[in-house]
Design a protein around this ligand. Sequence first.
Ligand SMILES: [Zn+2]
Length: 150
Amino acid sequence: MSESGSLKPDQVSGEARLEYRWAAGGTTGEFLQALRDYRRILGAVCGGCGMVAVPPLSYCEICGGDTDELREVGPRGVVTSWARVIEAPQGSPVEAPFRYVLVLLEGADTALVHLAPDDDRVDVGVTVVPEFREGRSGAVTDIKWFVPEG
Ligand SMILES: [Zn+2]
């Protein structure tokens, strides 16, 4: 709340919390539905250059081509970067400490930003697999996080 002294006589001050819902769209919608219903991760295959992007976009960020098809990728992937989080941001789906990871899934050309446990085995070059939640809602957080394989 701001100081009432800074308001004009015809103004009021307060906070409004608004919850939004919007259509995810065809490409993203299929990606999220596959996570929720089949525990499958889909990538978008570019009709122009063949690049496979995860998460999928309706267009290619490299050549501007349209997505030709959605193709299953992973579930295994390799960690290409990570960062340790010791204080979880507001709304974090997991408690700190945890790690942010970039995972290059098998069959994909772009890395997916996701989470991993704060486990010293999680490092660049390590193969990880997704751990899906039991109650899935059609969100990227239907994958709880990626854990070291084996
Ligand atoms: Zn392309």
